[in-house]
Design a protein around this ligand. Structure first.
Ligand SMILES: *Cc1c(COP(=O)(O)O)cnc(C)c1O
Length: 572
């Protein structure tokens, strides 16, 4: 019986999940931020739920960078040395893809992600660092988001075309669906078209495309235009001239440009955004496409701190297997929630004090802000009016703040923002203890999201597709104060699960943010509602912590998300 059900799965059920980055382990620099972290959480849930899925990404042999910050907040980027063979095993087959005038050879490392019940999801890390390759081709899979357009398109050829070929060579010949996580892997569609053509020479182009659409699922992740890869037709010709006919290149480059998002949209039968609001925004950006949404979630066990894991284990024995059970946190006594959070906070404060020696206090109201440092996320909004902030800390109750986040190496505005924040830290030195922790990664994210008292998020609407760090916070009983964008549109019940910045204006003009109005509203919420409640009404505060878990952690987790992918996309 066992064998039968296994072979059934093999035959009808494999999902291939493609993503440029994947946050598998904090020691593996194969991710940069939210997108990769989310991909990792999807895979962790698939492993727990025994979803027969295989994943494909790049080896990123030299990784995403490690961040150092000098005294003025200048970001220094160091290569992140790591050995892939400490984590993954080299598989036998090699495949090749034509890039420019050369055939580039690719090998795959297999990383096995083991779920709660022992089920393993294989992740294939594609690697061009082979002796038989030209020295420049050996670097194609070295740097995550490094290099120029030519480098980037070469990487996407390896990921998309090479990925399909590698799965085939590894014996995964019965893939039910190809899930393209963001447009980086859209070239999967071209390789599938090629395969179907040779399999069904009698089919028309339309029939072939229809078949490919049945196979492809596309998830778009950002309304920020720069987040959608575009390549010039001449670059496409130069790199894919040996793979595609001239008329095929013309077809995928309308307006002399290859837009990876459009390529994915045109070849996918199921398309989704990553939150309800993001579905609306994406439909406006890409009219005519049937865009649905599956709201993101985070892996509940991975992102729950040790103290809260123990608390949940004691009260809700089934929560690791079934995070819907987190709903029953509502019956855990408030004092226990407060005490458990104190333990998690102690770990964060100890880490901050050990690194920065600034004597942060266990009892002081602590705000956290950590994510990629980039303009639309407005990490400096909190410092719009430093006198006002200092006055709140002085008159209403003391505040301390913890920041972290990398700027992409070419995001000059993001790097300026870090320096800005360093300037504000200096100006506020006498009034508020603030630190900026270096080198934000999965490990640090766990400690910060679970250790602060309030999670702050201030993106410019409507540019936050989902956001996931606030979900990590709510698993640990940490409420959010956030702009109503992305997931928070769904997760915020004002004064119950946290607070919205700018709630009233949102209803009138849903697609805009006014920096000064948002900052004003942020200060007001802190001054009138949040800081007073924290210091003077512990019972009300604990109630909010409990609702953040019961309402939000029970829903915004990746087990629910994967089940929705199964229901709406994988099994259709
Ligand atoms: C969760 C996470 C993010 C995403 O944070 P957002 O607030 O959703 O942008 C980025 N980087 C790391 C390391 C994370 O763990």
């Amino acid at each position: 019986m066992e064998r039968d059900s296994d072979s059934l799965r093999e035959e009808y059920f494999h999902i291939a999940f493609f993503s440029m980055e994947m946050g598998l382990d904090h020691k593996m620099p194969t991710y940069s931020g939210g997108l990769g972290t989310l991909a990792g959480d999807i895979l962790r849930s698939c492993a727990d739920l025994s979803v027969p899925l295989v994943a494909v990404t790049l080896a990123s042999n030299k990784g995403h960078f490690s961040q150092r910050l000098d005294k003025a907040g200048n970001q220094v980027e160091l290569p992140m040395e790591w050995r892939i063979d400490d984590f993954a095993a080299l598989r036998q087959p090699k495949v090749s893809v034509p890039i420019g005038v050369r055939e580039v050879k690719i090998q795959a490392w297999e990383y096995l992600l083991t779920g709660l019940g022992g089920y393993q999801v294989p992740v294939y890390l594609l690697d061009t660092n082979l002796f038989e390759n030209d020295p420049s081709d050996r670097e194609i899979t070295s740097y995550l988001y490094g290099g120029d357009e030519r480098y980037r398109l070469s990487q996407e050829i390896v990921l998309g075309i090479g990925g399909v070929r590698m799965l085939d060579a590894l014996g995964h010949t019965t893939i039910r669906k190809y899930h393209l996580n963001e447009g980086h892997s859209a070239l999967v569609a071209l390789e599938l078209i090629k395969g179907m053509r040779s399999e069904h020479p009698e089919y028309t182009n339309e029939q072939i495309i229809e078949l490919v659409r049945k196979k492809c699922i596309f998830t778009t992740h950002t309304p920020v235009p720069a987040g959608h890869d575009k390549f010039s037709a001449s670059l496409v010709k130069s790199l894919l001239g040996g793979y595609l006919e001239a008329d095929e290149i013309a077809k995928i480059c309308p307006g002399n440009e290859l837009n990876m998002t459009l390529l994915a949209l045109d070849h996918s039968g199921y398309i989704n955004g990553v939150a309800k609001r993001h579905e609306e925004i994406s439909r406006n950006m890409f009219p005519g496409y049937p865009i649905d949404s599956i709201t993101n979630g985070v892996h509940h066990v991975f992102w729950t701190s040790e103290p809260f894991r123990k608390l949940y284990d004691r009260h809700i024995s089934g929560w690791r297997k079934d995070p819907f059970d987190l709903r029953y946190v509502i019956s855990i006594p408030k004092e226990e929630i407060i005490q458990t959070h104190r333990d998690a906070k102690g770990r964060l404060i100890d880490l901050v004090n050990a690194k920065h020696g600034i004597g942060m206090n266990y009892d002081t109201f602590t705000v956290g802000f950590a994510r990629r440092m980039t303009k639309y996320k407005r990490p400096d909004l909190l410092f719009s009016n430093t006198e006002r902030l200092a006055a709140i800390a002085k008159n209403t109750g003391p505040i301390q703040i913890i920041f972290a986040g990398k700027a992409h190496p070419k995001d000059w505005e993001g790097k300026e923002l870090i320096k800005h924040i360093f300037g504000a830290i200096k100006r506020l030195e006498e009034d508020i203890k603030i630190v900026f922790l270096e080198n934000y990664d999965l490990g640090l994210a766990k400690v910060i999201t679970s250790g602060v008292d309030l999670w702050l998020n201030t993106p410019k609407r409507p540019l936050e597709a989902s956001g996931t760090s606030g979900m990590k916070a709510c698993l640990n009983g940490v409420p959010s104060l956030s702009v109503l964008d992305g997931w928070w549109v769904e997760g915020c019940v004002e004064g119950v699960t946290g607070w919205a910045i700018d709630a009233i204006i949102t209803n009138r003009s849903p697609d805009q943010s006014d920096d000064s109005k948002d900052a004003e509203n942020l200060y007001e919420k802190l001054e009138r509602v949040i800081v007073p409640m924290f210091y003077r009404n512990t019972d009300a505060w604990a109630e909010i912590m409990r609702y953040a878990i019961a309402f939000n952690a029970s829903f915004f987790n990746s087990h629910r998300m994967v089940q929705q992918y199964l229901l709406n996309a994988y099994l259709t």
